[in-house]
Design a protein around this ligand. Structure first.
Ligand code: ADP
Length: 576
């Protein structure tokens, strides 16, 4: 095209954003309309992008984060300025904490007015506020820089350790006109956005030597391993070496949970006893007791265990963050495990049988005990009898996504419900955050088309419950199971003054099922495992939005689930 024929032809910021996203294979955006992005969302939809519109920005943001985890493409969330931006920020920070790639793009007020604090509509210095809460933050002031802004946001989100990125677009950038030829040249198709990071051969050798000398080796797979989509390399490494492994919560299903080498049912034993532990995409944070203390077999509660650690991670600064890492392997998990598989060849030898035997013994004992508990059918459902049904449902539908949040509803589901496929379990992650439920569920269903089952504590569900309207509006195959025990942790707390409900109590016998019915979905109350099973089967067969109000014994559940020790009052009692 000659410049002459294009003289006078223009495009604008709205279309440049759309074109830049499409050019980079982004096909879905999660959003909540309002000034200044309403027209943008209309145009994006008209131009073929799938726009999923939410009732609250936090859930749109959570959906983007989950989409990022599932697809390795940055999940995109659009919000309006100031309050909408702030609502999306929790999701952005959570994505960053979890190493999920997402981009929060917010409209903002005019720089000239914001910087002089002259009181613009929804005035806020959003870039400054976002910066400490995400991996990178950028602002575009001229429409011809949109291409660069989006390219930088994509690279920052998915390269190295993935995370959340903020992109600030002041309202007037959307409307700015740009000559078409200038616009075309300004767009960037990002080449190799998440480059492989090949670990150094000496780092591989150090790790393999340490592993070969181990008497009680253990591999821990984290959600970084699930994210990496290096499923075949991981499977081959585990099976070739014969080393027992533990999946962290979102790594469940990377290998099927009923795999002979899974040590999940002997978790406490292997953590305390292992001599060499190889972390693959898992951090030694609070979820692993910081690699120290009783969990790791140390005598004194704050002492160090006897383990030596290998850590495979893409972040060069992760090693030594909690305890010494004897063999850091810095690289992407696919490249690292492929190099380790090669270095091992066929010569790994056998993991000592007294180690694997002792694990098998404990596993058998614990699995038998668990089977006994699950087979009980108390008159009022408890977590176990309800989750036994979910366990069988996932076994029969291994491709289904399981979204899970709550306290007891989370802890029990994680240990009772086996996963068989990679990246199918989406949960509260590194922060143990409540409120991810419906956002994650919408994303999984919208991005994959698969059935989603969201197992929600009645408290956790409350954080995102209004998004059942979104689920119904898009007619998504999501079945929400609310574990209803009338309160936070349980429903039996009492206010000693008797003048109001206790802070952890909810309205008794609430009909969460009617919330789904209100928007045209299916609502069911399940009082026993048979009713729960029937409702789940119907939901899966029909693929209709469904909410099952599962009535759980209100005395079931413990304070803070399995992390009671983190309650300040409990900690005070312990030190007293
Ligand atoms: P979990 O909570 O399951 O233990 P974490 O979120 O603590 O997992 O750890 C995930 C780790 O995986 C992070 O340290 C992150 O840097 C790392 N990671 C993410 N993607 C990759 C990848 N492709 N290759 C290597 N490491 C990765």
């Amino acid at each position: 095209m000659s410049t002459d024929t294009q003289a006078g032809e223009t495009t604008d910021g709205f279309h440049l954003v759309i074109d830049a996203l499409k050019l980079n294979d982004i096909d879905t955006i999660f959003a909540l309309p309002g000034i200044p992005i309403t027209d943008f969302l209309r145009m994006a939809q008209a131009d073929g992008l799938k726009v999923i519109s939410f009732r609250h920005e936090q859930h749109a943001g959570n959906a983007a984060a989950a989409a990022g985890f599932i697809t390795q493409k940055p999940g995109i969330c659009f919000t309006v300025s100031a309050p909408g931006f702030l609502n999306g920020l929790t999701a952005l920070a959570n994505a960053t904490t979890n190493c999920f790639p997402m981009i929060l793009i917010s409209g903002s007020s005019e720089r000239e007015i914001v910087d002089l604090q002259q009181g613009d509509y929804e005035e806020m210095d959003q870039l400054a506020i976002a910066k400490p809460l995400c991996k990178a933050a950028f602002r575009v002031l001229h429409a011809e820089d949109i291409g660069v802004g989006i390219a930088r946001a994509i690279r920052a989100a998915v390269s190295g350790r993935p995370g959340g990125v903020y992109l600030d677009l002041p309202a007037k950038v959307f409307a700015q006109e740009v000559a078409k030829d200038v616009a075309e040249r300004s767009l960037i198709k990002v080449v190799d956005p998440a480059p492989k990071q090949i670990p150094a051969p000496d780092a591989i050798q150090r790790a393999v030597d340490l592993l070969k000398g181990a008497k009680k080796p253990l591999v821990i797979l984290g959600k970084g391993a699930a994210y990496a989509q290096a499923d075949a390399e991981i499977k081959s490494f585990i099976e070739k070496t014969g080393i027992p492994y533990l999946p962290m919560s979102m790594a469940k299903g990377l290998l099927p949970d009923n795999h002979a080498q899974s040590a999940s049912a002997a978790r406490s034993y292997v953590l305390a006893e292992a001599d060499v532990v190889m972390l693959v995409g898992a951090r030694l944070n609070w979820l692993l007791s910081h690699g120290k203390g009783k969990t790791w077999g140390a005598g004194a509660s704050k002492g160090w265990g006897k383990q030596q650690f290998i850590q495979v991670d893409i972040s060069p600064t992760e090693a030594d963050s909690n305890v010494a890492i004897a063999a850091p392997v810095i690289g992407d998990i696919g490249s690292a495990l492929s190099a380790m598989n090669q270095a091992i060849g066929s010569g790994f030898g056998k993991v000592p049988s007294d180690w694997t035997g002792a694990i098998a013994e404990r596993k058998d004992k614990n699995l038998t005990k668990m089977a006994e508990t699950l087979s009980k059918n108390p008159p009022v459902m408890n977590f176990h009898s309800a989750l036994n049904v979910i366990r069988n449902t996932i076994k029969d539908n291994p491709k289904a996504y399981l979204v899970n949040e709550g306290a007891n509803a989370l802890d029990f589901t994680r240990s009772i419900v086996d996963m068989y496929e990679p990246r199918r379990r989406l949960d509260v992650g590194t922060w143990g955050i409540m409120g991810i439920g419906m956002g994650f569920a919408v994303a999984a269903a919208a991005v994959t088309g698969e059935q989603v089952i969201a197992v929600e504590g009645d408290s956790a569900f409350g954080f995102s419950g209004m998004e059942v309207e979104t689920i119904c509006r898009y007619n998504l195959p999501v079945c929400v199971v609310v574990m209803n025990n009338n309160g936070i942790y349980k429903g039996t707390d009492v206010n000693p003054r008797g003048d109001a409900m206790a802070p952890t109590q909810f309205v008794k016998n609430a009909r969460y099922d009617l919330m789904m019915e209100a928007f045209g979905g299916v609502g069911v109350t399940a009082n026993n495992p048979e009713e729960l099973d029937r409702a789940l089967k119907e939901a899966i067969a029909s693929k209709r939005p469904t909410l099952i109000n599962a009535i759980i014994d209100e005395t079931a559940g413990t304070e803070s689930g399995r992390i009671t020790s983190l309650n300040p009052a409990a900690a005070k009692k312990k030190t007293a």
